[in-house]
Structure formats: C-alpha cells, structure tokens
Ligand binder design. Structure first.
Ligand code: DGL
Length: 258
C-alpha cells in the first residue's frame, strides 16, 4: 500500500474530467491536482512550450510527494510524454495509451478523434492507433475553440452549440459512431455532441480508460491506498474565479482550491 497522493495535471479545468473518473474507480486515493491556468490554452502552443510547461508541472507535483503522475491533458500527452518519461523516474501515465488499449480490446476499426489543434497536428493519436491496431481507419478533426469555450464556462451556451455543429460535420456526414474525446475538456460537451449527431454514438471519455488502467496498475504494483485521510486539493498557477464553479459541475465532491 502507498498512501501518497496521485498527481494530476492539465492546462485548466479539463483534467477534472479525468479526476472525476479516477475518484469513481479509486475512491480512497488522495489527489493533488495542478491546473496550469497561467499558460492556458495549451492547444495552440509549440511543442517546446508544451514540454516546458509539462516539465514544470511534473516538478511541482513531485514536491507534493506524489507516487505517480497522470497527464490529464491530450495536448501534453501527445507532445511531452516521451520527454517526461526520459527525464523523470516517477511513473507517468498519459491519456493515449490506456485509450488505444481499450479500442484495441473492443476491436473497433473505424474511429473519429477530436482534439486540440496541437494534438491533431502531432498525429499522436493517429500513430498510436495505427501502430497498435491493424487496418484501423482514423478520422481526425481539430476543434480549436472548444477548450477555451469550456474553460470559460460557456460550453452550454450559443457559442458552444455553434462550435459543436461545425466540428461534428465530418462525423455526421459519414455517420461515424465512435469518437475519442481526445482533449480532456471535451466530456463537458457530451450532451451537445449527442444531440447534434442524432444517431447512437459512443463518445470515448479518456477519464474512464485512464481510471481503468490506473486501477490495474496500482493493483499490480501493490500501490493502492486503502486508508484515506486527506482531501483532494487543486493548485492553480494563476487564480481563476471560474474554476470553482466548473469544478462543482464536473465533480460530485468538493475540492479545495489554492
Ligand atoms: N485539456 C487539454 C487537452 O486535453 C488542453 C486544452 C488546452 O489547453 O488547449 O488537450
């Protein structure tokens, strides 16, 4: 057993969708969340910038004595995970590997991916899917506005609806019925996406695949926490008044924000 917390980071509120699923599956785990709000959004930054931000986030979380790091961000996973794994000894899990594993197990052969501009340009999802699954067809769509609209708490308003209508076009036309939410802000749009597509669609929430993976991993390493005392805590690199309200909508428990 390992009582130390799990460290989770994202550019802002998006990673809370991962945290929510981790707490459902691993309710005893202590969590330290880091939202790099000072550098939000990550989606339009260069690879070097993403590596720098991510490196700082890992260093910050290590100071909190975490037992491992979850990169709860598609953009940071797609561009920084390899470098971080080389630079740090601590176990690091991103959102791509657990999700590709799930898709492989399900034997899906045609899949949509929506993510930030940086993630789609990096081709990280496409390569990981194609390297692991024979003959898989991948339909990518960058959605540059979605993370920002969600971060500012406007996802369910007119702007969110308009953006979803536009970004869902390639999937709607071809009736793609399995779509990876390749940015952790996107589960906030689940309802709108389903309404827009009008047919039965599986939206793959990376929080669920990451939580499954994590549960298995901690079990295997005998590193779960079975007796919990602390509370979840979130640090922000820049105070953001909206964070608390969005956290309330995503999480079914209170998180202390510092
Ligand atoms: N939530 C992040 C992701 O999964 C980052 C979005 C952003 O900061 O642009 O990609």
């Amino acid at each position: 057993m390992d009582k130390r917390p799990i460290g989770i980071f994202d550019s802002g509120v998006g990673g809370l969708t991962i945290l929510a699923e981790i707490k459902k599956q691993l309710p005893n785990e202590n969590i330290v969340y880091l939202g790099d709000t000072a550098n939000f959004p990550y989606g339009d930054k260069s690879k070097d910038e993403i590596i720098n931000f991510s490196r700082n986030n890992v260093k910050r979380l290590i100071k909190e004595n975490v037992k491992m790091i979850v990169i709860a961000c598609g953009t940071a996973t797609s561009q920084a995970i390899d470098t971080l794994k080389k630079e740090f000894d601590i176990p690091i899990i991103g959102i791509i590997e657990p999700t590709v594993k799930y898709i492989k197990e399900k034997k899906y052969k045609k899949i949509g991916v929506i993510a930030t501009e940086g993630t789609i340009k990096s081709k990280a999802w496409e390569s990981a899917l194609k390297n692991n699954i024979n003959d898989i067809q991948v339909i990518n769509k960058a959605c540059p506005m979605l993370a920002t609209i969600a971060e500012e708490g406007r996802a369910m308003g007119e702007e969110g609806k308009r953006a979803i209508k536009e970004y869902m076009k390639p999937f709607k036309q071809n009736k793609i019925d399995k779509i990876i939410l390749g940015c952790t802000h996107y589960p906030i749009y689940e309802k709108l996406i389903k309404e827009e597509l009008e047919y039965d669609v599986e939206l793959i929430n990376t929080g669920i695949t990451v939580a499954n993976y994590l549960k298995f991993y901690l079990n295997e390493k005998n590193a779960q926490n079975t007796s919990r005392k602390d509370k979840e805590i979130a640090y922000l690199t820049k105070p953001e008044p909206y964070f608390k309200n969005i956290a309330k909508n995503i999480l079914d428990f209170d998180i202390k924000i510092k």
